[in-house]
Design a protein around this ligand. Structure first.
Ligand code: B12
Length: 493
């Protein structure tokens, strides 16, 4: 059996980092981990090939080679997914589809032969068994959340690593919290299920042996969802593993309550974590209560963020505008809050209701749904009718927030606010020619041609004098800023 694993193309979005990746000659931010995991669960003797459309084209000869196409996607890749399915069908290939897009909306894909939905740990084996007997059904689904302690190491060898900026791995699934707008708990449950440290070390060893020294993204819904296992099993194993190794800084997603646990933050930085994404959402306690974001309520969120930064973890943040409690004052409050926090990578979106969330059900019940979730929560779109504010005011206000935050003046100011606070990480990526070239490209595009040139040079000199150890990070931020402005110009401004 010959299996062609296909990953559709991402549009140019906030998280695609497409405009930044050009500086380091990479094509995509991270590899399709779901497909590599599924590949490792298929019979060993089956031949497998991966085509990630974010790094290369899909050729007719790829389709002619295969017996089955296995496609994975998230909502934001919908458009490219339709095109791929049409090509596979035209080439006479059977299509098997799984992953979050299909789990949420498989009914929208009439041309797919088999849907293997939810977590493959539950649904793939029954599909393969039926396939062997020539009795494969159309839909395989499960409402159980499997243990992931037997999930195999992803088939790293299928990936052309040099095309990616980051490699991702996964330690846990699920999140103990219950935010109204988030579909993570609907997809993966409240009880975080974790792998063993042995599994993770095997995965890291695999990457290290293949020569990977660049960042590794732990794509957990909330890495600190099960603090006990993290503290007692994973982090000690990572700290030990790291001894004598070069590079491979880690980043991940966690909740703000990490700020209460100095010891845990120290263990994380010792283990090699240097960046965390946190759903900060809003400075408004009424809105936090409305969406049941209890973990963020009644806290000084700016002080929390600074504490995390001082511990050596860069904070990237998600922010939402358009809660029922939001009034037009929210626009300026969000701007002030984000500027003060020094969260450079601030993903600000309008509140949207993805299918499967409690918010979706509430909006449907109240007749406030206007369609489906676009899949990209920074495109300025929403599928809900706001309560307090007129839609026009909301849209205009949102645009103004994004424009203000990403204007070179405010963006570079935030970078400086952050660099002043941040404790430099011990783990750095070995310096390669490509990074030096990226620096010279940044001089050309940002320091000479770009509108931001004054800010760029000011940042360079400020960093050289005040935080020289963070020089590479400052350049990275300058390049990210360029990407964010390109994306915002296209979609929002
Ligand atoms: C890593 C990640 C990203 C990475 C990129 C990932 C990449 N290149 O593949 C980044 C940060 C770029 C990202 C961005 C976004 N993401 Co994202 N992301 C994730 C995250 C945290 C982990 C995905 C992952 O690798 N999981 C690990 C693998 C092993 O799991 P998996 O892919 O689900 O695969 C399993 C099964 O689904 C199944 N399976 C998967 N594919 C297939 C295929 C076949 C054929 C079969 C049989 C089975 C199968 O088997 C696997 C093993 O069980 C998930 C949340 C989550 N826990 O899954 C959200 C998630 C996928 N993202 C989501 C969203 C919405 C986004 C954004 C749109 C968010 C935004 N804020 O704008 C952006 C858009 C991306 C873009 N470029 O524009 C949603 C998708 C919802 C949906 N219904 O599609 C999720 C589920 C989070 C959520 N809150 O709901 N994301």
């Amino acid at each position: 059996m010959k299996i062609l694993l296909i990953y559709p193309e991402f549009p140019d979005t906030f998280w695609s980092f497409k405009h930044a990746l050009k500086f380091i000659r990479k094509k995509s931010s991270t590899q399709p981990l779901g497909l590599l995991t599924v590949a490792a669960m298929l019979p060993e003797e089956w031949e497998k090939r991966l085509v990630d459309l974010n790094v290369r084209s899909l050729y007719d000869k790829d389709l002619a080679w295969a017996d089955y196409a296995f496609i994975s996607a998230m909502v934001v890749q919908r458009e490219s997914t339709y095109k791929i399915i049409a090509r596979c069908k035209a080439a006479g290939l059977k299509v098997v589809a799984g992953g979050p897009l299909f789990t949420a909306e498989y009914m929208q894909f009439p041309d797919v032969d088999h849907f293997v939905l939810n977590e493959a740990e539950m649904t793939l084996a029954p599909f393969l068994r039926d396939l062997e007997r020539n009795q494969a059904q159309r839909v395989y689904t499960s409402d159980e959340f499997p243990e992931i302690q037997h999930t195999p190491t992803p088939l790293w060898e299928l990936v052309e690593m040099k095309q990616y900026a980051t490699m991702s791995i996964q330690y846990s699934r699920g999140c103990p919290f219950d935010c109204e707008f988030c579909n993570i708990t609907a997809l993966f449950g409240h009880l975080p299920r974790v792998k063993t440290s042995e599994q993770i070390i095997r995965e890291l060893d695999g990457l290290y042996q293949l020569g990977w020294r660049e960042p590794v993204f732990f794509v957990d819904d909330n890495l600190i969802g099960n603090k006990k296992r993290l503290r007692e099993d994973l982090l000690p194993a990572l700290i030990k593993w790291r001894k004598g190794k070069k590079g491979m800084p880690f980043n991940t997603e966690i909740s703000i309550n990490i700020a209460d646990d100095e010891a845990l933050m120290n263990m994380m930085t010792q283990a090699g974590f240097d960046t965390v994404f946190i759903g900060v959402e809003t400075p408004d306690d009424h809105s936090l209560a409305e969406c049941n974001k209890k973990q963020n309520l009644h806290r000084d969120l700016v002080a929390d963020v600074k504490r995390i930064q001082r511990a050596g973890l860069q904070v990237q943040g998600g922010f939402i505008i358009g809660f029922d409690n939001d009034t037009p004052s929210i626009f300026q409050r969000q701007i002030d809050f984000i500027q003060k926090s020094g969260i450079v990578t601030a993903m600000v979106g309008l509140l949207q209701a993805p299918i499967g969330t409690r918010l979706y059900k509430r909006m449907k019940r109240d007749g406030r749904l206007t369609g489906s979730f676009s899949g990209d929560n920074v495109d300025g779109a929403t599928n809900i009718i706001p309560k307090e504010m007129d839609m026009d005011i909301l849209r205009k206000g949102y645009r103004a927030v994004v424009k203000t935050l990403y204007s070179p003046n405010n963006y570079y100011e935030r970078v400086k606010t952050f660099l002043k606070e941040y404790k430099a990480p011990k783990i750095t990526i070995p310096l390669k020619g490509e990074y030096i070239k990226a620096f010279f490209r940044s001089i050309l595009h940002l320091g000479i041609i770009g509108n931001e040139r004054i800010h760029y040079w000011k940042l360079i000199f400020w960093t050289l004098f005040r935080r020289p150890e963070l020089f590479a990070l400052a350049i990275t931020f300058a390049i990210y800023g360029y990407h964010f402005r390109q994306v915002m110009d296209m979609y929002i401004l």
